[in-house]
Design a binder for this molecule. Structure first.
Ligand SMILES: [Zn+2]
Length: 237
């Protein structure tokens, strides 16, 4: 923590040290012992420089105890600010979300879903969504292909991994062959269709990660091999 010449910014209530998994995804509560944490003025400035919404999301109330005594500061022994509850002592660690999805294909066609929900309502995407607790990423991809496209696929392999750091997301996309043609729109889709490469509505693809995954696929298909691709999607400047 360095020199301590600031004002006390947080009072932890006495708790033993342990961690429990939160009922909410990607949030872990940490509890520490009884401590008063003081921040040097320079460190306070550094904390103020963090964009809460971008890096950690907004938090008005502690999701563990409901207290509104939530501050945003660097806990002792840490190197970045967290939401800290002055009511129960919880430290809220908020980490990136994992989105799992698939590229379902049949012959030389790929299945796309027209989104029935925001964001990007009316645009086309590959079936994908937030990974759920208690499932593997492949199970999540199969679940999403069913939920959004009523599609049954046999997974070949993991195909693309994309980091999207400015929105704290990681995408894992699996490539898989449709096992039948009984697909159709689930509640989050308006239409579900198979497209040849030349039919893909490239200007109406909902997300850059989906466009890049499709571009890789058709390029790899010509080569006859499907290596794993990694990428980073940065904020548009
Ligand atoms: Zn609390």
């Amino acid at each position: 923590m360095g020199a301590v010449v600031g004002v006390p910014t947080l009072l932890y209530l006495p708790f033993c040290s342990f961690n429990i998994a939160s009922p909410l995804p990607n949030v872990i509560y940490g509890f520490t012992g009884f401590k008063i944490v003081e921040l040097h003025k320079a460190e306070q400035g550094r904390t103020d420089g963090w964009n809460r919404r971008r890096y950690t999301g907004a938090m008005k109330f502690c999701s563990h105890c409901g207290s509104d005594a939530v501050s945003f500061a660097i806990p002792e022994g840490d190197d970045r600010p967290r939401h800290l509850c002055g009511g129960c002592g919880a430290i809220h660690y908020i980490n990136p979300r994992v989105i799992v999805g698939s590229l379902p294909y049949l012959g030389d066609r790929v299945l796309l879903c027209k989104r029935a929900i925001e964001p990007r309502l009316g645009l086309w995407t590959l079936p994908a969504g937030f990974m759920e607790n208690g499932e593997t990423s492949e199970e999540g991809a199969l679940r999403e292909s069913w939920e959004e496209a009523r599609a049954n696929i046999r997974v070949d392999d993991l195909y693309t991994i994309y980091d999207i750091p400015h929105i704290n997301q990681v995408y894992l996309m699996y490539r898989g062959e449709l096992t039948d043609t009984n697909f159709g729109p689930g509640p989050e889709s308006l239409e579900v269709e198979l497209f040849h490469e030349e039919e893909i509505p490239w200007e109406e693809i909902a997300f850059p990660i989906m466009r890049e995954t499709l571009e890789h696929y058709f390029s790899d298909r010509r080569e006859g091999r499907f290596p794993l691709h990694r990428g980073v999607i940065h904020r548009k400047l």
